[in-house]
Design a protein around this ligand. Structure first.
Ligand code: PMP
Ligand code: GLN
Length: 378
C-alpha cells in the first residue's frame, strides 16, 4: 500500500515507554502522572454508569458539561463562551487539534509551527495535505523569534499553531507574545490553533494567557484542552475545543463523521465533579513543588536544568557529561542506568541536537527520588 505518511515512524513516547518496560526502568519519559487521581471523580463516573448513563452522548458533547466549561472559562478568564455553539467535547486534546487541522487545511496550505514541537502536529498537518513550516524556538531559552515568524509568512500560509504552556520546554507565552501573535494572525488572515492542554500547570506566579482572552484573536482560533492533564487521568482521553460559532460550525461537520460523540459516563462524572474548583486551582502549586524537588535532587549532578514555568516537563542539558547524540545518551540511560527520558531531538523534524533531555516530573516524590538516584550515578 502507498503510505500516506511515508516518513513517520513510531512515536518517541511509545518507543521510550516500551524500552522502560523492557529494562524495568523508571519512566520520566512519556508524560503521565504516576499518582492516583481523585477517588471522588472515579466514583462520580461509576455512579453515572450505574445510573444508566451508558448510551451515546450528544454529538457536540454532554450539554451539562459544556455549560460547566463555559462557566469555568468565564470564572478563570472573564470571557463569555456560548456552550451550545462554541464548545465541542472531543476524545482527547490530540484529536481536538487534529480535527482543527482537518477543518481548515486545504491541499498545499502552509502551517507554521514551533520546534521543538509536540509530536502529533507535523503528521497531522501532512496527513491533511498541508505543508509544515517549522520555526525553531531560540535556544537555550526557547523564546519565539517573532521576526522569523513574520518572515516565514507567504500567500499560502493558512494557520499558526502555538502551545502554551509548552511541551517539551515548559515555556509560557506572555501577554506581549499574545499581542504579537494577534497582530500577525489578523494582518495575514490566518487561523490560530492554540494548544492549551497545560493551562493549569503553570508556575512562578505566571498567568496563563489564553487566546480566548483576546476577542479579535479568538475570532480566528481553535483552542484545545485535555481533561487528562487537569484531572490526572491521561488514559481517559477526553478533551474539548473552544472556537467561535462560525468556525465551530465547520469543526463540528468534521467531528460528526469522525468520532461523532465521546464517552458518556466520563462526561457525566466530570460535569458533576466540576464544581470542585480546588481540583484545578491547586495544580500550579502542586506541580511546582515537584519541579523544584527534582531540581534540588539533581542540583549536585552535572545535569543543568533549562527553566520550565509550566507543563509536566523540564529539560536538562547533559553537555557537561557527554557529547553523545541525545538519542544514544537516552538509550544508554534506560539500558545501563534504569531511567527513561525523552531526547529533545525527537521534537525536531531535522533532529536538532543541543544535548538536552526532557524529564517528566508529574510523579510521586519517591519516584523523583529514585530517578535522581539513577541520574546521579552518571
Ligand atoms: N498537546 C500537548 C502539548 C500534549 O502534551 C498532550 C498530551 N499528550 C496533548 C496535546 C493531548 O492530550 P490528550 O492525551 O488529551 O490527547
Ligand atoms: N503528552 C505526553 C508527552 O508529551 C504523551 C502523549 C502520548 O504518549 N501520545 O509525553
Amino acid at each position: 500500500m502507498q503510505s500516506k505518511l511515508p516518513s513517520i515512524g513510531t512515536s518517541i513516547f511509545t518507543v521510550m515507554s516500551q524500552l522502560a518496560l523492557k529494562h524495568n526502568a523508571i519512566n520520566l519519559g512519556q508524560g503521565f502522572p504516576d499518582f492516583p487521581m481523585s477517588e471522588t471523580l472515579i466514583n462520580s463516573v461509576s455512579e453515572a454508569m450505574q445510573e444508566g448513563g451508558n448510551q451515546y452522548a450528544h454529538t457536540y458533547g454532554l450539554p451539562l458539561l459544556r455549560e460547566r466549561l463555559a462557566e469555568k472559562i468565564n470564572f478563570l478568564y472573564q470571557t463569555t463562551i456560548h456552550p451550545e455553539t462554541e464548545i465541542t467535547i472531543t476524545p482527547g486534546g490530540t484529536y481536538a487539534i487534529f480535527n482543527a487541522f482537518s477543518t481548515i487545511i486545504q491541499q498545499g496550505d502552509e502551517v507554521i509551527i514551533f520546534e521543538p514541537a509536540y509530536d502529533s502536529y507535523i503528521p497531522n498537518i501532512t496527513f491533511n495535505g498541508g505543508v509544515v513550516v517549522p520555526i525553531a524556538l531560540e535556544f537555550p531559552n526557547y523564546t519565539i523569534p517573532w521576526d522569523k515568524v513574520i518572515a516565514a509568512i507567504t500567500k499560502k500560509t493558512k494557520a499558526i499553531l502555538v502551545n502554551t504552556p509548552h511541551n517539551p520546554t515548559g515555556v509560557v507565552m506572555t501577554k506581549q507574545d499574545l499581542l504579537q501573535l494577534q497582530e500577525i494572525v489578523l494582518t495575514n488572515n490566518l487561523y490560530l490553533i492554540s494548544d492549551e492542554v497545560y493551562e493549569h500547570l503553570i508556575y512562578d506566579n505566571k498567568q496563563h494567557e489564553t487566546a480566548m482572552k483576546y476577542p479579535d484573536l479568538f475570532a480566528r482560533s481553535f483552542v484545545c484542552f485535555s481533561f487528562g492533564k487537569t484531572y490526572h487521568c491521561t488514559g481517559w482521553k477526553l478533551g474539548y475545543c473552544v472556537a467561535p460559532a462560525a468556525l465551530m460550525k465547520e469543526y463540528r461537520k468534521v467531528h460528526q463523521f469522525n468520532a461523532f460523540s465521546c464517552d458518556t459516563p466520563k462526561q457525566l462524572g466530570i460535569a458533576k465533579y466540576m464544581n470542585n474548583k480546588e481540583a484545578y486551582l491547586t495544580l500550579g502549586n502542586m506541580y511546582q513543588e515537584k519541579r523544584d524537588y527534582l531540581r534540588s535532587l539533581l542540583a549536585g549532578t552535572q545535569f543543568k536544568y533549562i527553566p520550565s514555568s509550566g507543563s509536566y516537563f523540564e529539560s536538562y542539558s547533559y553537555e557537561a557529561i557527554s557529547d553523545e547524540a541525545d538519542t544514544i545518551f537516552a538509550e544508554r540511560l534506560v539500558k545501563d542506568f534504569g531511567i527513561a527520558v525523552i531526547p529533545m531531538s525527537a521534537f525536531y523534524q531535522n533532529a536538532t541536537d543541543h544535548k538536552v533531555i526532557r524529564l517528566c516530573f508529574a510523579k510521586k516524590m519517591e519516584t523523583l527520588e529514585a530517578a535522581a538516584a539513577c541520574l546521579s550515578k552518571i
